[in-house]
Design a protein around this ligand. Structure first.
Ligand code: RRO
Length: 314
C-alpha cells in the first residue's frame, strides 16, 4: 500500500529508525534491499565521533538500554561519500538524513550542506538525544524548542524537515510542545515520535552494577516495553497537531500488529529501531508481510481507512 509522505509516494509505511544498524553505508544498503520503504541514517554530527565508552548497550527480551553517545561517521560521509552514493542512493528508495548537532549552529550548517547534496529526500532533526554527556534533551526545554524551530524556519530550506521528539508524560507538556510546533507548521512537515525514554537504569544481579558504563549507567530505554508510551505520543500529538503535520510513529514496534496499532493512533508511517537492531534488516520483510496480512483480513485497502480510527472503549 502506498503512502503520501513529505511530497513523496512511499511504497509502504514501514522504515528504519535512526540509531541501530544505520551508521555505515553497508548497513544502510541492507535496509535498502529489504521491504523498508525508505532509508534513514544514524544521527550525524559535523565531525565523526566514536561515541561513549563501552559497554554502552544492553538488550533483553522486553527492553533495551543504550547510551551510545552519537557515534557516527559525520554529515559529509552520509551525504557525500562514494559508498553512500553507490549503495544507498542507487537503491532508488527515499533517503532521509538524521542530524543531531552539538549546537544549533552545527545543525544549521549540516542542513545547508544536506540541501546542497543530491539525492536526499528529507531531514530528520533530532531534538531528543538523551545520551550526550552534559547536554539536556532539547525538546524538553520549550525555549530551546522554539528557538530551534525559529532558526530552521528562517533558513527557508528546500527539503522537508521532520523533528524527532522525546516522549512526554504530562498532557500540559504535549500541549506546550504542540503549540510551538504548530506555530511553525509551514516549516515542519512531520514529527517523529518518539526517541528513547531518557535516563533509565538497569542493574546486573551478577555484578551489582549498572548494565552499561557511560553516564553512571543511565541510558535511553527502547524495545517492546515502551510501545504503550509510543502509542500515547502518536495518539496525543495526532489530536493536538495541525493536520498538515504528519506523524511518524516509533517505539517498541516489532510486529505487523504494532504497525497497525500505530496507524490506528494516527501515524502516517512507522519506524522500527530496536527490533531492527536485534533481528537485523530481515525484520522489515517479516513486519511488512504481517501488516499486509492483517490489512487483508480486515478488508483494509487504503491506510486512510484506518488512520486515526482508534475506537472508543466499549
Ligand atoms: O547515539 C545515541 O546515544 C542515541 C541517540 Br543520538 C538518540 O537520539 N537516541 C538514543 O537513544 N541514543
Amino acid at each position: 500500500m502506498q503512502v503520501q509522505f513529505c511530497g513523496l509516494t512511499l511504497d509502504g509505511c514501514v522504515y528504519n529508525a535512526s540509531g541501530p544498524r544505520t551508521g555505515s553505508s553497508d548497513a544502510l544498503a541492507k535496509v535498502g534491499s529489504s521491504k523498508s520503504c525508505a532509508i534513514l541514517t544514524k544521527s550525524a554530527t559535523l565531525l565523526p565521533q566514536n561515541g561513549n565508552p563501552l559497554p554502552r548497550t544492553y538488550t533483553s527480551p522486553n527492553f533495551s538500554i543504550n547510551s551510545e553517545g552519537l557515534p557516527n561517521k559525520s554529515i559529509d560521509y552520509y551525504i557525500d561519500s562514494e559508498t553512500i552514493k553507490e549503495s544507498v542512493l542507487d537503491s532508488g528508495k527515499p533517503y532521509f538524513v538524521s542530524i543531531s548537532g552539538k549546537s544549533l549552529d552545527d545543525n544549521v550548517e549540516m542542513m545547508k550542506r544536506i540541501c546542497k547534496a543530491p539525492g536526499v529526500a528529507g531531514i530528520e532533526l533530532n531534538l531528543a538525544c538523551p545520551n550526550v554527556i552534559g547536554h539536556p534533551i532539547i525538546a524538553y526545554d520549550m525555549v530551546q524548542l522554539r528557538s530551534a524551530l525559529k532558526t530552521v524556519a528562517s533558513l527557508s530550506l528546500p527539503l522537508p524537515i521532520g523533528i524527532k521528539l522525546p516522549p512526554y508524560f504530562d498532557f500540559i507538556h504535549y500541549q506546550k510542545a504542540a503549540e510551538i510546533i504548530n506555530e511553525y507548521k509551514s516549516t515542519i512537515s512531520y514529527i517523529v515520535t518518539m526517541n528513547t525514554v531518557g535516563n533509565t537504569l538497569m542493574i546486573s544481579p551478577h555484578s551489582g552494577s549498572p548494565v552499561i558504563s557511560p553516564k553512571g549507567g543511565y541510558g535511553g530505554l527502547s524495545g517492546p516495553a515502551v510501545k504503550p508510551i509510543a502509542l500515547a505520543q502518536v495518539r496525543k500529538f495526532s489530536e493536538l497537531l495541525d493536520p498538515s503535520i504528519d506523524i511518524v510513529g516509533v517505539g517498541g514496534v516489532q510486529s505487523g500488529q504494532d504497525v497497525y496499532d500505530m496507524i490506528l493512533c494516527g501515524a502516517k508511517v512507522v519506524q522500527v529501531g530496536t527490533c531492527h537492531w536485534i533481528e537485523g534488516p530481515k525484520c522489515f520483510d517479516r513486519i511488512v508481510e504481517e501488516f499486509e496480512e492483517i490489512c487483508r483480513k480486515n478488508g483494509v485497502k487504503e491506510l486512510e481507512e484506518i488512520r486515526g480510527k482508534l475506537k472508543e472503549w466499549s
